[in-house]
Design a protein around this ligand. Structure first.
Ligand code: MG
Ligand code: ZN
Length: 219
């Protein structure tokens, strides 16, 4: 088989498992969000801040994806969320099959939201559907304002882009308007929120965005 055909075969196998995951999530009536970003953009910090603000109104589960360690699942558990850690052992993305492999360890029926924190990587996570309802691309001001155009695939499928670490803007040459404009060029349907998960700026709008999604899901 040619290399291209093997790539297509892997992709279609992934899509079949993703469709099955999506059915299971739908049966449980749970909202599933796939968070994609480069390492160090603040995905786990955003989850901690989100759990703190939302867990009195919504039961949150987290599927953590990392090459190694239990560190991130320990962080979200410390905030009171349930969940599981997937270690890819070198793999640079989560696949639908990896997610399927942990679903029996989660009480989906009792949950309202499942966050999937993908492996920190702006490239291949974009091409693996996990069965999520919503894909969220997270950018950080510390990584420079040229990323949307350099890594466009994330934003083609994303319903929301978050620019995190806006508390650092006074110290950085980061053009939020340029990022907003370029994400809009890549995907006019992708909304944008700017926030600081660490300091709390902009968190209310993010929580409201999730609650709006959740209420539409429950209808
Ligand atoms: Mg993390
Ligand atoms: Zn990968």
């Amino acid at each position: 088989m040619a290399k291209l055909d093997i790539g297509k075969k892997i992709q279609s196998e992934n899509d079949l498992v993703a469709a099955e995951n999506r059915r299971r999530f739908a049966d449980a009536g749970v909202l599933v969000m796939n968070l994609i970003s480069s390492p160090g953009s603040g995905k786990t910090t955003l989850l901690e801040a989100t759990i703190d603000r939302l867990s009195d109104r919504a039961k949150i589960l987290v599927i953590e994806g990392d090459v190694s360690t239990q560190r991130d699942i320990e962080r979200v558990r410390a905030r009171g969320a349930g969940g599981v850690q997937i270690n890819t052992g070198g793999g640079c993305h989560l696949s639908a099959k990896m997610v399927a492999g942990v679903l029996d360890d989660l009480d989906l029926d009792s949950a309202d939201i499942v966050f999937i924190e993908n492996v920190g990587n702006l490239i291949c996570p974009a091409t693996y559907d996990l069965g999520e309802d919503v894909r969220v691309g997270i950018l950080a001001t510390t990584e420079g304002d040229d990323k949307p155009m350099k890594y466009p695939a994330i934003f083609h499928e994303a319903r929301l882009a978050i620019v995190n670490k806006i508390d650092l803007l006074p110290h950085l040459a980061y053009d939020v308007e340029k990022v907003t404009r370029e994400v809009g060029v890549l995907n006019p349907d992708c909304e944008i929120l700017t926030l600081s998960a660490l300091r709390g700026d902009g968190m209310d709008a993010w929580i409201a965005w999730i609650e709006d999604r959740l209420s539409r899901k429950k209808e």
